[in-house]
Design a protein around this ligand. Sequence first.
Ligand SMILES: NC(=O)c1ccc[n+]([C@@H]2O[C@H](COP(=O)([O-])OP(=O)(O)OC[C@H]3O[C@@H](n4cnc5c(N)ncnc54)[C@H](OP(=O)(O)O)[C@@H]3O)[C@@H](O)[C@H]2O)c1
Length: 256
Amino acid sequence: MDRNVLITGATGGIGRAFACAFAKQGDNLILTGRKEEQLKRIANKICEKYRVHVQYIPLDLSQKNAEEQLWMWCEKRKIKVDILVNNAGYGYVGAFLKEQLEEIDCMSKVNMIAMGKLCWLFGNDMKGRKKGAVINVASTGAYHPGPYTALYYATKAFVLSLSEALEVELKPYGIQVLTICPGAVKTGFSKRAGRRENVFAMSPKRVAMDAVEALEHGKNRMISGMFYKIFIHIPRKIGRYLVCWQQKNMAFHIDK
Ligand SMILES: NC(=O)c1ccc[n+]([C@@H]2O[C@H](COP(=O)([O-])OP(=O)(O)OC[C@H]3O[C@@H](n4cnc5c(N)ncnc54)[C@H](OP(=O)(O)O)[C@@H]3O)[C@@H](O)[C@H]2O)c1
């Protein structure tokens, strides 16, 4: 296919699974994350197994202008990014007021600002070429508030909101925006967040494979797993039904 796929947060979990899923299809990869050794190991393994071209750049997205550095790095090597996967992110479990103040900066930068700036930088290139795709990794937590994981859920609501808007804005330029909203996934995420693994946790491979399939089918939204589809859709449907019912009753006299 000869496409170049740039994946952030590719040193493990869902990002690494994305790398394998795209490589399996014959796509070339650009991987990034902070851990250089891990990136090198993953790049070598994928190269050997799938015979695709894999490059990597270690980068801390919490640092100022890391996004520009990543864009410049691709530009210097004349790499045209066909698919951008904004996957890097992390969360925490704990009281908001007990969080370190620097952590609020750091999480906001990695989960929101970096994602938004990378959409802008690579989105403009794609606009020029009149084709491309962006996958943004949100969460089922994007759909509701999360006390004791407040900032993380809020950052994911930002990802979902920006992505849904870009889905409309970028479509005329031939750019597809797919937002994926996984529930719990078995990765290093829970350990870093300081919480127990959820019994419903899915495999990262399943999530990445479903996302790649959703992309190929031209979809814009993907919630992973039946349990989470029900968990998100039913409350929304009931809420909409109740609001409509209440509105109708309030306006009962109008038609009379
Ligand atoms: N696992 C879940 O239950 C779950 C559920 C819903 C959504 N998600 C979302 O899925 C995405 C991937 O998470 P995961 O579950 O695969 O967790 P993970 O295994 O912890 O992977 C997170 C990735 O993000 C990268 N990352 C974190 N901080 C970074 C920074 N400052 N700069 C650059 N890269 C950074 C990590 O790379 P380095 O450590 O090498 O920097 C790692 O590759 C995240 O956006 C997460 O919010 C996860």
